[in-house]
Design a protein around this ligand. Structure first.
Ligand code: ZN
Length: 137
């Protein structure tokens, strides 16, 4: 197969702070300064109180696996080189959920498995994937 590049994230003035932080291996999401709810994906207005007083804050990068799927046939030819791979919905400790790659073997996947963010270089971008959170000693 020819060298096909990976599709890039959509970066606009609202999402740019998120991607800039991820590129520096920092997991930062928005929090509403009025109602204190954490928000993901990045937005201009709080979906809880509709205020526009949103701040970017460092998040734990930890969460739990809510749901997952194993992809055998990728929706884009570049991703086919990684198949089969796992995508899942991660519920962050702060509350919001996001869809990401889950870097855990399919035999180990369990509902509510603790995960933590892992920064992976894919093409020209750093993307926030998730790995198994090892038990604290
Ligand atoms: Zn709010």
């Amino acid at each position: 197969m020819k060298n096909i590049s990976f599709p890039e994230p959509t970066v606009n003035p609202i999402t740019k702070p998120f991607w800039d932080e991820v590129a520096n291996h920092r997991f930062t999401i928005q929090q509403c300064e009025d109602c204190k709810e954490w928000i993901f994906y990045p937005r201009a207005h709080c979906p809880h109180c509709f205020g526009s007083n949103l701040a970017w804050k460092k998040a734990s990068g930890k969460g739990y696996l809510k749901s997952w799927s194993i992809v055998h046939r990728a929706g884009h030819p570049a991703w086919q080189t990684k198949a089969p791979y796992v995508v899942g919905v991660v519920e962050l400790e702060e509350g919001p959920s996001l869809l990401s790659h889950i870097l855990v073997s399919s035999e180990e996947l369990t509902y509510r498995m603790p995960l933590h963010v892992s920064y992976e270089q894919i093409g020209t971008y750093t993307l926030p994937f998730f790995k198994k959170q090892e038990a604290q000693s």
